[in-house]
Every structure is written in structure tokens, then in C-alpha cells.
Design a protein around this ligand. Structure first.
Ligand code: A3P
Length: 283
């Protein structure tokens, strides 16, 4: 894909590609964001299950929270918009650690970081590139695979993103959760989230949250009643219909050739050799 094609809908900010829905002025002014101590940041590389976890948090009874649009979505008026929320804010973002507003780190806001197997993430992002008019055209999986390997995609390299956050995994205000674990043992992952947010949930409530946030339920209710597109939680589209594709673990097997798997695994081993997070992601 030509870089001109990429840059028709993305722009390069300090070496990382962003959607034009994130204005340069906003990205430049992130450090002037005035965080509140009780803010919660919901952070992920794109296509890691952000909508799912957001819906889970929203469905926790008496959580007293409001989900906002991503901090990097919009223009310079963003911080005024965020000021208007009186409840505890849950603010999604796909920013890497270094770009997170300095104030969020100083105030030790709670941060939930979602990780998903990178092969499934790549396949999911490939489809998003194809379906989402706010992302560049990509003709084939083979072409997209090369872009993903090089980190020449929106929000940059998956490896760099994960590693930037992993460096801070022992900070007490950061919780790392895995898409695959949420799939495998929903109650266990949910309890990790609620304990981290100091909220109590009972088994009955957990079952209700599980059924309300199942893939089929979320897909069927993709567009909520009275949905306000300014309140998208995705910095790459306001169209929730594009988000719910398959919702499974291991779909990568239907896309990666054996050569692509080998190349990817070699890069993974090299880049993630010191990573504990990587150990959770073994197939
Ligand atoms: P697939 O494209 O593999 O289906 P994000 O919200 O970060 O954009 O991630 C989107 C991915 O999460 C998509 O993956 C989507 O289908 C999946 N997803 C969304 N809701 C889900 C749910 N309730 N359960 C499982 N997967 C879900």
C-alpha cells in the first residue's frame, strides 16, 4: 500500500499513525488534560476487546461511572467536553504509555489494560481496515500482514504498545486483563476488575453481566437506543455495527499461512523475550 493511500485517512504524529478523527492539536495538548483522581482509563491496542470490557464495566450495578469517548478522539474542545461529566469517568484510549497525559500518571488514576493474542488482533484489525471507511483501503490479508509486522498501522506496532505498558505492570494502579481469560473464565476476570475498582458484585450480578455482555447480545444490540455518535468509545469509528465480527479466540488460524506464522512467531520471540505478558499469550 502506498504511503499516500495510508495518509489519506491517517496522519503521522511523532512516528505513530493516528486516525484523522484524532486532531493533531488534541494530540499535541494531551499533557494539559486535567485528570481527576477517581478517573479510570480503559486502555488497549485496537481490536483487543475494548467495547466488550467497556460494556462489562457499564453493566456493573451501582458502579457510579460514566463511559466517555476516547481521550484522543476529537479536537481541542475535548477536555471541555470531558469536564462536563460529574460521575466517575471511565475514559477509553488506544494511546501507548508514553503518550498518556502526564497528569493521569501523577494522580495515579486507575488503568485497566486489555491484551489480546496479537495474531487474532491482527486478523480483527485487518477486517476493520476493510470495513471501516475511516481506515486506509487494504486489498489483501498478505498486504495487511506486512503492514502489521512493521507496525505501519493505526496506533503503531502492537509489540511497542504492549511493551510500553508492560514496563509499568507492577504499578499498583494498573490492572492487565486478557481477552482470552475473559472468554475462558468470565467471572474470574470480572472479579479482578471489580476488586480493582473497589466495587462488590455477587454471583447473581455476575451472571447477569455475563449474559448482557455476551457476544451475541452485544452484536444484536450494537446500536443502542438514543445512541449519540459523539459518545463512541472507539477512536476509529462512531459506527458500532463495524465492531462485532466473530468474537472468538483463534480465528487467526484461518488467515495465517504456515510461512506467516513462522515469520510472526520469530518476531514475537525476539521482541517479547523479556515479556511476562507474552507467556499468557501462548496458543
Ligand atoms: P473480532 O474482529 O475478532 O470478532 P475492540 O472493541 O477493541 O474494537 O475489539 C473488537 C473485537 O472484540 C472484535 O473481534 C469483536 O468481535 C470482539 N468483541 C466485541 N464484543 C465482544 C464480546 N462481547 N465477546 C467477545 N468478543 C467481543
Amino acid at each position: 500500500m502506498s504511503s499516500q493511500n495510508q495518509l489519506s485517512v491517517l496522519h503521522n504524529f511523532k512516528g505513530i499513525l493516528f486516525s484523522t478523527m484524532s486532531s493533531k492539536e488534541l494530540l499535541n495538548s494531551l499533557d494539559s488534560f486535567d485528570a481527576r483522581e477517581d478517573d479510570v482509563f480503559l486502555v488497549s491496542y485496537p481490536k483487543s476487546g475494548t467495547h466488550w470490557v467497556a460494556e462489562v464495566i457499564e453493566n456493573i450495578p451501582n458502579a457510579g461511572i460514566t463511559l466517555t469517548s476516547p481521550i484522543e478522539f476529537g479536537d481541542i474542545s475535548k477536555f471541555e467536553e470531558l469536564k462536563a461529566y460529574s460521575k466517575r469517568r471511565v475514559i477509553p484510549t488506544h494511546l501507548n504509555y508514553d503518550m498518556l497525559p502526564v497528569n493521569v500518571k501523577q494522580k495515579q488514576c486507575k488503568i485497566i489494560y486489555i491484551v489480546r493474542n496479537p495474531k487474532d488482533t491482527a486478523v480483527s484489525l485487518f477486517h476493520y481496515y476493510r470495513d471501516n471507511p475511516n481506515l486506509p483501503c487494504v486489498e489483501t490479508w498478505a498486504a495487511f500482514f506486512e503492514l502489521f509486522l512493521r507496525g505501519d498501522v493505526v496506533y503503531g506496532s502492537w509489540f511497542d504498545h504492549i511493551l510500553s505498558w508492560e514496563e509499568h505492570k507492577n504499578d499498583k494502579d494498573i490492572l492487565i486483563i486478557f481477552y482470552e481469560e475473559l472468554k475462558k473464565d468470565f467471572a474470574k476476570s470480572l472479579k479482578k476488575i471489580t476488586t480493582f475498582l473497589d466495587i462488590n458484585v455477587n454471583d447473581n450480578e455476575i451472571n447477569k453481566i455475563a449474559s448482557k455482555t455476551s457476544f451475541s447480545e452485544m452484536k444484536n444490540n450494537a446500536v443502542k437506543e438514543n445512541f449519540d455518535p459523539n459518545h463512541t468509545i472507539c477512536a476509529l469509528t462512531a459506527d458500532r455495527n463495524l465492531v462485532f465480527r466473530k468474537g472468538v479466540v483463534g480465528d487467526w488460524i484461518n488467515y495465517f499461512t504456515s510461512k506467516q506464522k513462522r515469520v510472526f512467531d520469530e518476531l514475537f520471540t525476539e521482541k517479547m523475550k523479556h515479556s511476562e505478558v507474552a507467556r499468557h499469550l501462548k496458543e
